[in-house]
Ligand binder design. Structure first.
Ligand code: AMP
Length: 292
């Protein structure tokens, strides 16, 4: 059995479950509070708090885990990064009270009799950051909602996660610096064979399955009928993975069908360009998995 620690609730839980389901590793038969559930085959999910995933992986309780990069960094446990899962985007930022006049880290005193207090649920990263910046601060660990600390007179600087910055602004805080950018990651405990390589194993299967879904999410499968005479120009518009597939249609030969994998972000532009070449019957579909 290969055990994968997954967030049991919170911001990363749903997207993690969805990604695993898309990769064919659907959570099967989990009760309301069940700690584990089968993901099919040799894979089993272990549901824990996102904050605890790194510990479980580093201690070998789970063979792999999914959690935010911010939490991995804060744990300071050595783990290997297997895959960036491309959801759970956020930034860990330093923010100061608007009225504090602090606009940059360099506005903080290098040495002060009464150092500024910084409220955060990321005390290790915060201490490291300010030490490297050479600024003396007093770190006040809080267990969450650091943005309210200034209102309570606990601190006038916070180090907190944000994605849009709106919660910080609503609380009268101004971003001063970004400490790290985070997304959800698949991690495992460091394991090396004598020549320094990660030994091949069933985890590779998991990585390949998840990577194929992530790759497919950014692409679309496009089909169109185009005049054979326009094929050279069509090839420039839809290069595909190895060039588009061109299929004969039983119509006397003047029209051919073109199939190609195209980037999802620019598919609307591709369609417009194909239309300009008199393409008809344009069809765009999602791709479940893609292994280029
Ligand atoms: P949870 O506390 O279980 O909801 O999970 C929080 C995790 O979600 C964080 O550690 C981040 O990795 C991620 N995350 C993504 N966007 C945000 C955000 N705007 N605020 C807080 N956490 C976020």
């Amino acid at each position: 059995m290969l055990r994968v620690a997954l967030p049991n609730k919170g911001r990363l839980a749903d997207a993690t479950r969805e990604l695993f389901a898309d990769a064919g590793l659907e959570v099967r038969g989990r009760g309301e509070r069940a700690l584990t559930a089968s993901l099919g085959g040799e894979f089993e999910a272990l549901f824990v708090r996102a904050q605890d995933v790194t510990e479980f992986v580093a201690d070998g309780v789970a063979d792999a885990g999914v959690t935010g990069w911010d939490l991995v960094a804060e744990s300071e446990r050595p783990v290997d990064l297997l895959l960036d899962l491309e959801f759970g985007h956020c930034r860990l930022v330093v923010a100061a009270r608007d009225e504090s006049g602090i606009r940059a880290i360099t506005d903080l005193p290098v040495d002060a009799a009464a150092p500024h207090r910084v409220a955060t649920s990321f005390p290790r990263i915060t201490r490291r950051f300010f030490a490297e910046a050479g600024r003396a601060v007093d770190v006040v660990p809080v267990s969450g909602a650091a943005e309210v600390a200034p209102h309570l007179g606990i601190a006038d600087i916070v180090v907190d996660l944000t994605s849009t910055g709106s919660t910080l602004r609503v609380n009268g805080l101004r971003e001063v610096a970004t400490i790290l950018e985070s997304t959800a990651r698949l991690i495992t405990a460091p394991r090396r064979d004598p020549d320094g390589q990660r030994p091949a194993g069933p985890l590779d299967e998991l990585v390949a399955a998840l990577a194929s879904v992530l790759c497919a999410r950014g692409q679309r499968y496009l089909m169109a009928n185009v005049p054979r005479a326009a094929l050279d120009r069509v090839k420039q518009i839809v290069p595909g993975l190895n060039g588009p597939t061109v299929i004969d249609i039983l119509n006397g030969g003047s029209i051919v069908a073109v199939h190609a994998v195209v980037p999802a972000v620019s598919v609307y532009r591709t369609i417009a360009a194909l239309k300009a070449l008199q393409a008809t019957g344009i069809l765009v579909t999602r791709i479940e998995r893609l292994m280029p």
